[in-house]
Design a protein around this ligand. Structure first.
Ligand code: MLT
Length: 325
């Protein structure tokens, strides 16, 4: 009888706290990080570097799954509905905050559908063009874009993507709407820029630095307040006469709502270890970015960041009246 009661108590505890036991031994199998953009792009690059370092720390493989489309909202929606067991995560960027306003009919409630792991990095952007585009500097590009506003094409990764926001800032800065071409990520957009199928793009240094240095695309400006060590010859937008085009793209890791706190804390600690990994730091530097400080790679810091950023972008998007639906 005593044995039966003990078994009953254990079964009841397992039903009431289904994840507690799992949390103690986590992780026991492969973890998937969903990247809500196509492979080969900037979010994918950052995620693969961090995932490799987290794999070492967690003792389990951390693999990447690309679920691109609708400016990152399809991939985020997938993770919002995933099992909250720590085996499906999301690495998304600033689009997590902007899409909360840009999309009036999102399939998830941004602030209530996720648990927070921590901030990963903040990446500057670059305004770039195909190699044989005529203008040689930002001033020339602005004149050229105004003169060819119905034919010059601006690539982006869909409404709410970083490239879309930066493209909108550029168009608003030059007070001229241009033709936009959406992709599932700026990885495939870069392929078309290299092939000359699109003319310009505003994209993260993690996707453009190698091409700029290799001379396969033209760099017009960086969107940071200062020039970047990694691209010392590329002027800032302020130097080029467009100070309003300044933006940095922060990235962060989330888990589905209901993931036990022990697991998100474990992941956060692992993220902090990954951000101190020498390979991650060196590759980030080569790509024009750097790891978030340890204090920001925490659930509390990310929660505060996301809430603040939703609040910051809401009035800007509402004033522009440009929604995705
Ligand atoms: C990507 O990974 O493709 C980008 O982060 C897309 C974007 O937001 O521009």
């Amino acid at each position: 009888m005593r044995k039966f009661v003990a078994a009953l108590a254990a079964a009841a505890a397992a039903t009431l706290y289904p994840f507690a036991a799992g949390a103690q031994t986590y992780p026991e199998r492969t973890i998937t990080v969903v990247v809500p953009f196509a492979a080969g792009g900037p979010t994918d690059t950052v995620t693969r570097l961090v995932a490799e370092a987290m794999s070492k720390d967690l003792g389990q493989q951390v693999i990447v799954e690309n679920v691109g489309g609708a400016g990152g909202t399809l991939g985020a929606g997938r993770v919002a509905k995933a099992e909250p067991d720590g085996y499906t995560l999301l690495l998304h960027h600033i689009g997590m905050a902007t899409s909360a306003t840009l999309y009036r009919k999102l399939a998830y409630d941004t602030l209530n559908a996720f648990e927070y792991v921590g901030l990963v990095t903040e990446v500057p952007m670059t305004i770039v063009g195909r190699k044989d585009l005529e203008p040689t500097d930002l001033k020339g590009l602005v004149e050229y874009a105004k003169a060819n506003k119905d034919s010059i094409t601006v690539a982006n990764a869909g409404i709410g993507a970083a490239s879309h926001l930066c493209g909108m800032l550029f168009m608003s800065g030059i007070k001229t709407p241009l033709v936009t071409v959406p992709y599932k990520g700026t990885g495939p957009a870069m392929t078309d820029l290299l092939g000359g199928q699109v003319d310009i793009m505003c994209d993260q240094t993690t996707n453009t630095t190698k091409q700029i240095k290799g001379g396969t695309i033209k760099a017009y400006a960086v969107t940071s307040p200062e020039r970047l060590d990694v691209l010392p010859d590329v002027p800032t937008t302020t130097e080029g006469g467009l100070p309003e085009v300044q933006v940095g793209i922060w990235h962060a890791i989330y888990a589905p709502k209901g993931t036990p706190a022990e697991i998100t804390e474990r992941l956060s600690k692992s993220l902090q270890v990954a951000l101190k990994d020498q390979n991650v730091a060196a590759r980030f530097a080569e790509l024009g970015t750097k790891p978030s400080p340890e204090a920001d790679a925490t659930p509390a810091a990310l929660k505060a960041k996301l809430e603040g950023e939703i609040g910051r972008w809401k009035p800007i998007i509402e004033a522009a009246g440009q929604y995705a639906d």
